[in-house]
Design a protein around this ligand. Structure first.
Ligand SMILES: [Cu+2]
Length: 68
């Protein structure tokens, strides 16, 4: 894998995990469907030549953006 994306909701009762499956390059792309609206905590993790990089961020998903 060239990259990992982990996503959890605020309650911690939903956890998602998908991988970047493309060729290594300057850009990571993930496809992920959020199950319900709300705030999610997410982490991207990838490896460079000499270290593992983990970057946290939050995503606010509206009702129209969530999977239906
Ligand atoms: Cu992974």
């Amino acid at each position: 894998m060239t990259g990992h994306l982990l996503v959890r909701n605020q309650d911690g009762d939903f956890l998602g995990h998908v991988h970047e499956m493309g060729t290594p390059g300057a850009r990571l792309r993930f496809t992920f469907s959020f199950p319900t609206p709300g705030r999610y905590l997410a982490w991207i993790q990838y490896a460079t030549a000499d270290r593992i990089v983990t970057t946290p961020f939050t995503v606010d998903v509206t009702a129209s953006e969530a999977r239906r």
